[in-house]
Write a protein that binds this ligand. Structure first.
Ligand code: TXA
Ligand code: MG
Length: 323
């Protein structure tokens, strides 16, 4: 795997080679990306992809993102490569942007939940790129957690959530972006933002012009993008988005503080980074950490209503939505 710096992540070439052999043999490998850990399988092998759904307890109505390590690999899975895709890939790949494009017949229907489109992204993480290069196949990988749980940003989170449901974990330390990729569909006349994420709407609009927003789906209907499911990204502990530090009056709880000090009794205050990227990088780690503490609630100081906070606001709203 020439060219990829693995050692600074504590991963050896032998480990990546082993992981790639498992992928080629139809097994499941969890690996770090710059956003969150992915639960990977050979995207062209329907039986391998079926194992992903089983391990996650994920409904078959949720399509899975396919990861690639070169633009040559795109042609295997995407039937059309519009100019907008070329521009966006040129600017943001490798990186946290997933492009939804018409799929080729090589992609099993299971991967795309029967949709005629496929989500494609080139991750910006040396271990993910090395694994893809060594495997020589596109890798289908949702976040490596049980369905509706908080996405993993460390190998420990993956172990905790999936245990021996995953055949192998490449442990590359914490994921730097910390929330999932932006998902953008290019199959409509106007591109539609299906999920805000690591690349902002503003950044995308600077490259291809105006982008539309997806409609919020009703619960239990088929979803254009199941990441839009309101209950995605939920900790088990009840989470409240609060204004001006107004924490719930009763029980034990933690407060994720930005600008406002808590008003009321709090078991634990977690000061959060004041910048959106820093906040995103810490959010899931903090939620995983607090979720095992058996608190009655987690209260979150609502972040500012500014464009750069769109993805964080989205994840917090979903985590706070009623169970
Ligand atoms: O950052 C990420 O995207 C991470 C890492 C592992 O790459 N992956 C991830 O996968 O978050 P997952 O399965 O948890 O979320 C996949 C998102 C969902 O919102 C899904 O609806 C959307 O991508 N998606 C995938 N294929 C699609 C398609 N053909 N059409 C519409 N949305 C699609
Ligand atoms: Mg997920």
């Amino acid at each position: 795997m020439p060219g990829y710096d693995l050692t600074s992540f504590g991963v050896t070439e032998a480990q990546v080679t082993h992981a790639a052999e498992l992928i080629r043999a139809g097994r499941l490998v969890a690996f770090p990306t710059e956003t969150v850990y992915g639960l990977g399988a050979n995207a062209l092998d329907a039986a391998a992809v079926a194992r992903i759904f089983e391990a996650k307890g994920r409904p078959h109505s949720s399509p899975i993102i396919c990861h690639i390590s070169s633009l040559e690999m795109v042609g295997e899975i995407a039937a059309v490569w519009p100019e907008s895709a070329q521009k966006l890939a040129g600017k943001f790949w490798p990186g946290p942007l997933t492009l939804v494009l018409p799929k080729t017949s090589a992609v099993p229907d299971l991967v795309t939940a029967g949709l005629p489109t496929v989500g494609v992204r080139m991750p910006a993480h040396p271990i993910a790129l090395a694994l893809l290069t060594a495997s020589q196949v596109p890798i289908a990988a949702p976040s490596a957690n049980r369905f509706t749980q908080v996405s993993p940003t460390t190998a420990e989170h993956v172990r905790h959530s999936l245990g021996d449901r995953v055949d192998y974990i490449l442990d590359g330390g914490p994921c730097p972006v910390g929330i999932e990729s932006t998902v953008l569909t290019l199959t409509e006349p106007v591109p539609v933002l299906l999920r805000p994420g690591g690349i902002s709407r503003q950044q995308i609009e600077e490259v291809i012009g105006p982008v539309a927003s997806a409609q919020e789906p009703q619960a239990d209907t088929a979803h254009a993008s199941p990441g839009l499911h309101p209950r995605h990204y939920s900790p088990r502990t009840r989470l409240y988005l609060v204004e001006n530090g107004k924490v719930p009056g009763e029980g034990s709880g933690a407060y994720l503080q930005l600008a406002h000090a808590p008003h009321g009794a709090v078991t634990e205050v977690v000061p959060m980074p004041r910048d959106a990227a820093g906040y995103a990088a810490r959010l899931y780690e903090v939620l995983h950490f607090l979720d095992v503490r058996c608190l009655d609630w987690i209260a979150v100081d609502t972040p500012p209503d500014l464009p750069e906070w769109e993805a964080v606001q989205d994840r917090l709203r979903r985590a706070a939505s009623a169970k």
